[in-house]
Ligand binder design. Structure first.
Ligand SMILES: *Cc1c(COP(=O)(O)O)cnc(C)c1O
Length: 374
């Protein structure tokens, strides 16, 4: 098996799998409550571990069941009024875009597009021209789902903050692939998933709310773990990011996610980023040299996601042919990133996303197979 889909849903290390299966077995022996109580210390440790991974404080971390859940929770907490503006990048992910359209309908806020520059990443100068005091949120995708670039987060954050806007970073494709450091990047809010580059389980996500902006949020609904039911007719909201969590969650998944984060930290995020970058570069160069193959990646700083098309073969067909040979890639299509794909006149691309566990021999084997496709 040659696995090139860590941007879709990666392979968990054995440690992660063992942790999850072990906990499910324990739940079957003693019940979910007691099994969770036995792991209370580990469940608590998840906060400082993710704080280390994401460059923030443990009180700024919360866990959810997906990146999209994190994103929706955060965006729904931002007070928006008629005439307020929300700026998004051309790489905005489908789930976020649809939610924002709905939110605009509900609040009377306007969603506007920040153009990309000539190399395809968010145009910071264009952003500066768009900013004014009505902009309440700048939503930025760190690494787009459909192509090999890394957006300039720090520059965006500085510009947005000068105008008083919050910055929400979609780190779904960067967490576990690159260092994502909230403090260094200066972002206010972060959403991310476990199942992609972090090699955690499906159905897991996390979010960050920086302390400095917490009281600018107005979370709408929470339960009796997010807020204390202080008296018959009273509640008291938690002061930390865990306000955004529900009482119920998959404990096996949470423990698996924790293991995955510890695994990544042990390897070192800088090391991981270097290994992924090297592999993606090898693929990009190799694919670009194959007649009839077009590489579509943009940007100044490439990521671990390599996108391409093969003349005369629809991307779905390429994916199926590769799956038949036990090479796992995925297809990224228009519905995930309509602004970017539309601008470039693309409806779908094959996406290969090699993690550090893919060998050079496997990459070369993949290139040979792609060469033979036509
Ligand atoms: C995958 C992805 C998401 C959504 O992640 P879920 O785990 O499906 O919630 C959000 N943003 C980007 C950039 C993605 O690639």
């Amino acid at each position: 098996m040659i696995f090139l889909d860590s941007a879709g849903s990666s392979l968990p290390p054995p440690e992660v799998l063992d942790e999850m299966v072990g906990h499910l077995r324990r739940e079957a022996e003693v019940g979910g409550y007691r099994a969770a109580a036995e792991r209370e210390d580990d469940l608590e440790r998840a906060y400082p571990v993710f704080a280390e991974l994401l460059g923030c404080a443990p009180e700024e971390v919360a866990f959810t069941d997906s990146a999209t859940r994190s994103w929706l929770t955060l965006v729904d907490s931002i007070p928006l009024e008629p005439g307020d503006r929300v700026l998004i990048s051309e790489a905005e992910y489908g789930a976020n875009a649809v939610a924002l359209l709905r939110l605009a309908e509900l609040t009377g806020a306007r969603v506007e597009l920040i153009p990309s520059d000539e190399i395809g990443q968010l145009d910071v100068a264009a952003l500066r021209n768009l900013l004014d005091e009505r902009v309440k949120l700048v939503s930025l995708v760190h690494v787009p789902t459909n192509g090999g670039l890394v957006n300039p987060v720090r520059e965006v954050t500085e510009a947005a903050h000068e105008a008083g806007a919050l910055v929400l970073l979609d780190a779904c494709q960067s967490a576990g692939q690159l260092p994502v450091h909230a403090a260094d990047l200066g972002v206010d809010l972060i959403s991310g998933t476990g199942r992609k580059w972090l090699r955690g389980p499906r159905g897991t996500g996390f979010l960050v709310v920086r302390r400095a902006v917490a009281d600018r949020l107005r979370p709408r609904l929470f339960d009796h773990s997010g807020a204390d039911w202080a008296g018959l007719w009273e509640y008291r909201m938690r002061p930390d990011a865990r306000l955004h969590e529900l009482w119920e969650f998959g404990v096996a998944e949470r423990l698996g996610l924790l293991k995955a984060a510890e695994y990544a930290l042990e390897l070192g995020m800088d090391q991981i980023a270097a290994q992924v970058g090297e592999r993606a570069e090898h693929l990009r160069t190799g694919l670009a040299g194959i007649p009839g193959v077009t590489v579509h990646d943009l940007g100044e700083r490439p990521s671990g996601i390599v996108t391409f098309t093969v003349d005369g073969l629809p991307p779905e067909r390429v994916k199926d042919l590769l799956w038949d040979k036990d090479i796992v890639v995925s297809v990224t299509s228009e519905g995930s990133t309509r602004f970017d794909m539309g601008r470039r006149g693309l409806s779908a691309m094959v996406r290969a996303s090699p993690h550090y566990f893919v060998t050079r021999a496997q990459l070369d084997e993949f290139l040979t197979v792609v060469t033979g496709l036509r």
